[in-house]
Write a protein that binds this ligand. Structure first.
Ligand code: F6P
Length: 327
């Protein structure tokens, strides 16, 4: 097949995720292998608007596969939401004769790519990169595995001190709209309750079961809450539990941004490398406006719109597992 793509741009956008550097490296080196020139775009869409664009070579991505964060930096760009911002961005791409884009980011970044590619004739390929794993059409996203492992490591440590003092601990993990980090880290650490945005939180039920435990003098209880839970996060849960459990000692720990940093896990490095390679293949094959995901350990190409429209759902069985194993 004739390769019409001569120059591509690569960027990281939205919340950074461990493994983004490994993805950049894979995109750059695969493109160079195919004699395609590569331009790094700094701070996602903001760099496109500001013309913060530079040519990359193989050495630009040396010694980064193991590093967290992103060498291209990242941003959430308001200006790109306006037509004038997108026009500026397009003009800058034309100036550099960039004829294809690889966008490593989450659903917000894909939303931007959908609008951009409907206005201007430039193929956009997404790579699913977000610790939240809140993109439908892929089993995993770059950064999720590392973030969950970071959370698990922290929660294991908290469990030691929780157990020593017979306390209830409420641990808040990231996930504004998605409960996957809470679900996975909660199951992996044996949490008694996991509160996620996808499910309505029955706080009365939790209170009753804790009151029952209080009566049996089993004060230890681990609750993992996603920050976007409908009840309102760990501090809100603490308030209501304290009102109803006067004999229990209740502590909160918000893990926050430590979940976004750190050296990517082996799984994230391999996933990012495979996705980066496939993103360039997509552009060479003439695909437009898809993102590279993984399903059943195979790379798949999903229309960007799908990721935007269908948010992930957490099935009933997951909650059943949590309930049975915590009993
Ligand atoms: O990237 C996803 C995420 O980590 C969410 O889980 C979290 O709510 C949000 O980003 C935090 O964003 P910021 O770093 O901009 O405060």
């Amino acid at each position: 097949m004739q390769n019409k793509i001569k120059r591509i741009g690569v960027m990281t956008s939205g919340g950074d995720a461990p493994g983004m550097n490994a993805a950049i490296r894979a995109v750059v080196r695969t493109a160079l292998y195919h004699q395609i020139e590569v331009f790094g775009i700094m701070r996602g869409y903001q760099g496109m608007i500001d013309d913060d664009i530079f040519q990359m070579d193989s050495r630009s991505v040396a010694n980064i596969i193991q590093r967290g964060g992103t060498i291209l930096k990242s941003a959430r760009c308001k200006e790109f939401m306006e037509p004038a911002g997108r026009k500026k961005a397009y003009d800058n791409l034309r100036k550099h004769e960039i004829d294809g884009l690889v966008i490593i980011g989450g659903d917000g970044s894909f939303r931007g790519a959908c609008v951009f590619s409907s206005e201007f004739d430039i193929p956009c390929i997404g790579l699913a990169g977000t610790i939240d794993k809140d993109i439908s059409g892929t089993d995993f996203t770059i950064g999720f595995d590392t973030a969950v492992n970071t959370a698990v490591d922290a929660i294991d440590k908290i469990r030691d001190t929780m157990d020593a003092h017979d306390r209830i601990f409420i641990i808040e993990v990231m996930g504004r709209d998605a409960g996957y980090i809470a679900l996975h880290s909660g199951i992996a650490t044996g949490a008694e309750n996991i509160l996620i945005p996808e499910r309505k939180t029955d706080i009365n039920n939790i209170i009753q079961s804790l009151q029952e435990k209080e009566r049996r003098k089993k004060m230890v209880n681990l609750i993992v809450v996603a920050e976007g839970d409908d009840f309102g996060g760990a501090n809100e849960v603490q308030k209501i539990l304290e009102e109803n459990l006067p004999k229990s000692e209740i502590r909160v720990c918000i893990l926050g941004h430590i979940q976004r940093g750190g050296s990517p896990s082996c799984m994230d490095r391999v996933l990012a490398s495979r996705m980066g390679y496939h993103a360039v293949e997509c552009l060479i094959e003439g695909r437009h406006n898809v993102f590279v995901g993984i399903q059943n350990n195979k790379m798949n190409y999903v229309p960007l719109e799908t990721a935007v429209k269908n948010k992930g759902k957490i099935g009933e069985e997951w909650m059943k597992i949590v309930k049975i194993l915590a009993s």
